[in-house]
Write a protein that binds this ligand. Sequence first.
Ligand code: FAD
Ligand code: EGU
Length: 499
Amino acid sequence: MQPADPRGKRVAVVGGGLVGALNACFFARRGFSVDVYEAREGCAIAVSITNRDIRVASFARGRSINLALSHRGRQALRAVGMEEQIVSKGIPMRARRIHTPSGKKYSIPYGKKNQYILSVDRANLNRELLTAADKYSNIKLYFGHKLVGCDAELGTLTIKRHGRIDPRDPLVFRSDQQPLQVTYDLIVGCDGAFSTVRKEFMRQTRFNYSHEYIPHGYMELTIPPKDGDFAMEPNYLHIWPRNTFMMIALPNMDKSFTCTLFMPFEEFEKLTTGEQVLDFFQTHFPDAIPLIGERELKHDYFLLPAQAMISVKCSSYHLASRCVLMGDAAHAIVPFYGQGMNAGFEDCLVFDELMDQFCNDLGACLPEFSRLRVPDDHAISDLAMYNYVEMREHVNSTWFIFRKHVDNFLHTLMPSTIVPLYTMVTFTRIRYHEALQRWKWQNKIINRGLFVMGAAGLGGTCLLIRRLPRDLDFCMENLWGWPRYLKNMGNFLFGTQVA
Ligand code: FAD
Ligand code: EGU
């Protein structure tokens, strides 16, 4: 294959969020000339833009404050030499800490000592990625530049500049009348769940698209530090599983925790006064009240409305050899596996691996990227949705603890045969669709094992019964129902899994 020379080739990365900023680094390392267009202002992200002041402003609210970073995301960061820098500002979470309604707590480790996930601050991660991108001489960052349309066949972007031009002078506002038109060899759409780049794909034939809003919303609340220290054990992912209602909390570097309360919008709307909020917490999350603070809880609940969660699926991810989607633009998923960003980072890494394999030939890489990545991103999307339904329908704290123990027990018993799904997803780079297949296969094995054990137990029982002729009639009557009972029991125990 003729190696294509990236030098002189121009790439536009649309979106300077987590995935866009990382992707810019990947393309720059290959020698492409990269322009990043980000709708937000640089000062809103507080990046040190060359020759400009660093300005700290409030980060656009509404997205999650912290995120769980795991193996796939770390591998992508490692490939651009940023793993250590990010990991050092993350807090290891080595186990889940389950809070029961009565206030009891249980820990269930994620795995061995070296198997932990990290709680990272989204704003800081975004800032560090953009700052790293800004250090490449072949990357240019354009903040306050919003993509309003594009022509994927020609590689042309239509961009509107808006807002403040000089972050030091809040009075200088400029909104260009004339949108910019710029042409690139490759357009990379990293502009999130409501992607403008993806809109262009919608006009193509044979482009598949679907989206779904789930009935649940989420709201973030803060547990401040207590006496200058963490108010709960820091190195855990704290979970309050209550079926329909669920809360989780991740630690922050400033010794606070960010709680995320998940519940149906309907339920959010039912709570209209501070007293009602307090009553609700008294019933479902009593131990969280003193941690958040009664007054703060009554107040913070009404600061922001509950946020929606959308699941977006589409295919293919590329258009000719000109345009490709990555991250949430390609696959927004519900957060119930903690994999959205990790999957988006892995997109960048997979594309980079393909660029190696195909010597920077975009015409070969783009179709191959869709071919490889669509089944994997669809698999993690399905798994996240499945886990949402599962948690919502069956998972209280007892069930959660029981399921995780069963998984871990079977894994210890047969370490290479049974690997828990969350382990494959969180601590390996096994392709998501393979993890999903393997999980289904494992469940079959477990069901069979259980059935055999049940049958053996039943056989033993029959032999016993034969020695007790008096009760035989009675027992035979009931026996016929047993195999089905056992099979159902198997499905009940193992067929569906909290993963
Ligand atoms: P975004 O972060 O949405 O970035 C898109 C960027 O594009 C933004 O900066 C936006 O301003 C810009 N943009 C949009 N439109 C335009 C335009 N027209 N022109 C120019 N710029 C534009 N993932 C995990 O891995 N672990 C977790 O623990 C986790 N927890 C989550 C919890 C919640 C409650 C939610 C909602 C999500 C969670 N996620 C998690 C998912 C994660 O937030 C996303 O997958 C991730 O932010 C995707 O990054 P992105 O860069 O693709 O999109
Ligand atoms: C949701 C929102 C526990 C951050 C899924 C586990 C999440 C995160 C779990 C959010 C759960 C759920 C897993 C990780 C992680 C668990 C996981 C979910 C981080 C199956 C900031 N999920 N999340 N599973 O196993 O694999 O601990 O907002 F409650 S990290 Cl829903 Cl590993």
